[in-house]
Design a binder for this molecule. Structure first.
Ligand code: MRU
Length: 374
């Protein structure tokens, strides 16, 4: 189904200060029966929603990046466990628990890097396994439904808090650079890094330098689209132009999201983030990560242990169905890289801004109870 979006602001590039509002589009929406996902593979050209009715459709949507961005993948996975379990019509609570576990195991194989996926699946497992044996199947399904809804609402709240805490950070900056899409399309709320930037732009004039983000152009297709709709001034650059933008003094702060943060602060994010952090250090520009605590994997001592997804050759040898390299070309196509904690000026979370020493300061945020990021 095609639906036209109503931009929050139509100011376009160069418009002045504006206020941050709830995004005019919904990245994911529970309809009461199924999950509706904004198909991010088609943006910005086409605005189409697809309906997800079961875990297989969701697995495919996660793999193909119809839904992408660490927090959004986690939220979608919560609904996937509910949909997949409901579909199998378990006849007892014991069977329901087993089925929910199988569906969660299956969804866990869709993408390996964003820990929010595993965190959300663990939340579902924990909720359902916490039910007493005497409960009915109806109560079990309601529990999975409510858990998915909670994960979604919780992400909205976390994003809002991250934006609030982070907005003062690009202090005095006129130019801020971001990579990939860490905005509303990547979450159930206002986004992480882009949420921070939009909030900062609501109080002062900012120009956002948007890395196009090869190979799949999440920056050009999604972040530029989001900033344009919000009326924020932005310049699209290819990834290889970021160093020159820094050298010319156009950028005073960098804010990106993360897919998984190790206990020592090392942070995995979209491929191309690490060179930004290295350049930022060289030019003396603060480099910030904005992410919810559900993105921190306290079980991993350092970034070396973060599993990095490798994707298909075709993503590098062409774009949009057009080949740009000789037939048969083989590639190296890791979807993420890891920024050493040493290069990170601050990690902006929903509980506040964390600085080095990260191992100590992040551990203070570790949830007392909770699932996958314990
Ligand atoms: O491959 P993608 O598009 O899922 O990669 C997404 C990113 O790298 C984002 O920067 C990250 O998930 C943070 S989203 C708030």
């Amino acid at each position: 189904m095609e639906r036209r979006l109503t931009p929050v602001h139509r100011g376009g590039q160069g418009s002045s200060i504006m206020t941050t509002k709830t995004p005019a589009f919904k990245t994911l929406e529970w309809t009461g029966r199924s999950l509706r996902l904004l198909d991010q593979t088609l943006l910005p050209g086409r605005t189409r929603y697809i309906t997800i009715r079961n875990e297989e459709e969701l697995w495919d949507a996660i793999k193909r990046l119809v839904v992408r961005g660490a927090p959004a993948i986690g939220v979608a996975a919560g609904w996937g466990v509910y949909l997949g379990t409901r579909r199998r019509k378990p006849s007892s609570l014991a069977e329901l628990k087993a089925v929910a576990g199988e569906v969660a195991d299956y969804l866990a194989t869709s993408r390996p890097t964003a820990v929010n996926l595993f965190w959300a699946l663990e939340e579902c497992r924990r909720a359902i396994n916490g039910l007493g044996e005497s409960e009915s199947v109806r109560v079990g399904l309601q529990c999975l439904h409510d858990t998915a809804l909670f994960i979604q609402r919780d992400d909205e709240r976390r994003c809002a808090a991250i934006a609030r805490h982070g907005a003062p950070l690009p202090k005095g900056a006129k130019g801020v650079l971001t990579h990939c899409s860490a905005g509303a399309p990547a979450t159930a709320g206002v986004g992480t890094a882009v949420g921070v930037i939009l909030r900062a732009a609501s109080t002062r004039r900012l120009t956002v330098y948007v890395d196009e983000t090869r190979p799949l152009l999440q920056g050009a297709r999604l972040t530029a689209w989001e900033l344009k709709n919000a009326g924020v001034d932005y310049r699209l650059i290819t990834d290889s132009m970021a160093a020159s933008a820094m050298q010319r003094g156009l950028v005073q702060a960098i804010v990106t999201g993360a897919d998984r943060i190790a206990a020592n602060g090392d942070s995995a994010n979209k491929i191309g983030t690490m060179p930004l952090a290295i350049c930022a250090k060289h030019f003396g520009i603060p480099f910030h990560i904005a992410a919810p605590i559900s993105t921190i994997d306290f079980s991993l001592k350092s970034g070396e242990a973060i599993p990095i997804e490798e994707r298909a050759d075709e993503e590098v040898t062409g774009f949009g169905g057009t080949s740009t390299a000789p037939k048969g070309t083989r590639t190296f196509n890791p979807a993420f890289d890891v920024v050493s904690a040493k290069l990170i000026s601050a990690i902006i979370t929903e509980k506040g801004v964390v600085r080095a020493p990260y191992r100590k300061n992040l551990s203070a945020l570790r949830p007392k109870t909770g699932g996958g990021n314990k």
